[in-house]
Design a protein around this ligand. Structure first.
Ligand code: CAA
Ligand code: FAD
Length: 384
């Protein structure tokens, strides 16, 4: 594959973003992260802070209320925030890479004015609704119907596992208009909370990212104005796939951050904890674990940065995004498990943070396309 002229130094702007995200994560997210995980809640005031600091619309052009930054800046911020709180970062990832980017890339001017500006500033939050109870990986098999009724669509069905499900004011809903056309008969509609017939189902009680609100959403004869369709008739599946390509870079950065957070804690702990008359870091078995962790982290970071750079350069990043997500999520699971091991019994209790990071890591192998689906995407690209 081609060389992309990678500069291994971050620019001053990127360093400033890293510092701002690190400060926010350490000073404002870290206190209370264990309590939020226990209570399965995320304070609205923290979400508001993330909006004020510009973390909810980082890549959106300033004329639509965003930060006008590149994808590299976004993944750098995602890594820092995910080191501490992956529930905050999944909310951030969905709003930035799926909802805002989707609207920016494919929405029309009036949709951008009406929705993107408020989403980018963090005034309101968005959700991306593709998965269903009976259709996750096999996304073209969805059952939600958007019947064409002239000047509106009649929406019926259930979406499952929706991140920001309860808190989002605006939902991008992917639904079938011409089931016989399969993926070419699908549309994406902008659906507002409060439209009659739209209801929020139960909150999922999860292993990890417990402070992120995951809900099913139900649509019963919801009338969605035609002007709320994104792109031409039948563009919805293309919309979903294109948007997810960028989303996968965000989740790869999340996985990288979870792993980096656990690694930093383990490295520090290994130098403080003593056993058999010396720091456990001085036992080679522990040192070698940390060496492997640091190496895999570095490899994952390069893949994430490469995918981000390709996107910023306007090049094809489908395969690079899938590789970054596949690899970063696998090493996140491995690194966090080793971090718990290095902490011994202390690693198994909540106070030391690594058990939460291990629980949070698991989801990165599942959402925005499971690891198996990433391999499918990568493999299809191999013979192109
Ligand atoms: N980029 C662009 N287009 C893509 C694409 C990609 N990565 N993958 C597929 N497509 C296009 C194909 O080109 C094809 O279009 P054409 O016929 O016009 O060429 C169309 O999509 C259908 O593709 P396939 O024929 O390959 O269909 P398939 O059913 O065999 O496979 C799939 C499709 C790749 C498995 C797809 O269904 C998929 O990605 N599934 C995973 C779904 C997913 O990632 N869900 C995430 C939900 S959001 C979420 O999870 C958010 C969160 O957690 C926070
Ligand atoms: P299935 O598709 O049933 O897969 C089950 C197993 O079979 C997996 O291991 C899978 O990899 C494997 N498998 C399936 N097909 C193949 C194949 N062809 N080859 C090899 N193996 C295969 N979705 C949204 O739309 N929006 C959201 O905001 C959102 N947020 C989420 C948040 C959480 C916490 C969770 C748990 C999920 C979220 N999802 C969201 C849904 C998520 O994207 C799906 O769970 C995921 O795509 C997998 O779908 P599934 O659960 O139906 O599993």
């Amino acid at each position: 594959s081609e060389l992309i002229g990678m500069d291994f130094n971050l620019s001053e702007e990127h360093e400033a973003v890293q510092l701002a995200a690190r400060d926010f994560a350490q000073n404002e997210l870290l206190p209370g992260v264990i309590e939020r995980d226990n209570a399965q809640t995320f304070d609205p005031s923290l979400r508001q802070r993330m909006g004020e600091l510009g973390f909810l619309g980082m890549m959106v052009p300033p004329e639509y209320g965003g930060g006008g930054m590149d994808t590299l800046a976004y993944v750098i911020a995602m890594e820092e925030i995910s080191k501490v709180d992956a529930s905050a970062s999944v909310m951030m990832s969905v709003n930035n890479s799926l909802v805002c980017w989707g609207l920016e890339a494919f929405g029309n001017e009036s949709q951008k004015q009406k929705y993107l500006t408020r989403l980018a500033s963090g005034e309101i939050l968005g959700a991306f609704c593709l998965s269903e109870p009976e259709a996750g990986s096999d996304a073209t098999s969805q059952q939600t119907l958007a019947e064409d009724k002239g000047d509106y669509y009649l929406l019926n069905g259930t979406k499952n596992w929706i991140t920001n499900g309860a808190t989002a004011s605006v939902c991008l809903v992917i639904a079938q208009t011409y089931p016989e056309k399969r993926h070419k008969g699908i549309n994406c509609l902008i659906v507002e909370k409060g439209m009659p017939g739209f209801s929020v189902g139960k909150k999922e009680d999860k292993m990890g990212i417990r402070a992120s609100d995951t809900h099913s959403l139900m649509f019963s004869d919801v009338q969605v104005p035609k002007e709320n369709r994104i792109g031409p008739d039948g563009f919805g599946f293309s919309f979903a796939m294109s948007t997810l390509n960028g989303g996968r870079i965000g989740i790869a950065a999340q996985a990288l951050g979870i792993a980096a957070g656990a690694y930093e804690l383990a490295l520090q702990y290994a130098q403080e904890r003593k056993a058999f008359g010396k720091a456990i870091f001085d036992h080679q078995a522990i040192q070698f674990k940390l060496a492997d962790m640091a190496t895999r982290l570095e490899a994952a970071r390069l893949l994430v940065y490469k995918a981000a750079r390709l996107k910023d350069q306007g090049k094809d990043y489908v395969q690079a995004a899938a590789m970054a997500k596949l690899y970063a999520s696998d090493i996140a699971m491995w690194v966090t498990t080793e971090a718990v091991q290095i902490h011994g019994g202390y690693g198994y209790v909540k106070e030391y943070h690594v058990e939460r990071l291990m629980r949070d890591a698991k989801i990165t192998q599942i959402y925005e396309g499971t690891s198996e689906i990433q391999k499918l995407v990568i493999a299809r690209g191999l013979t192109k």
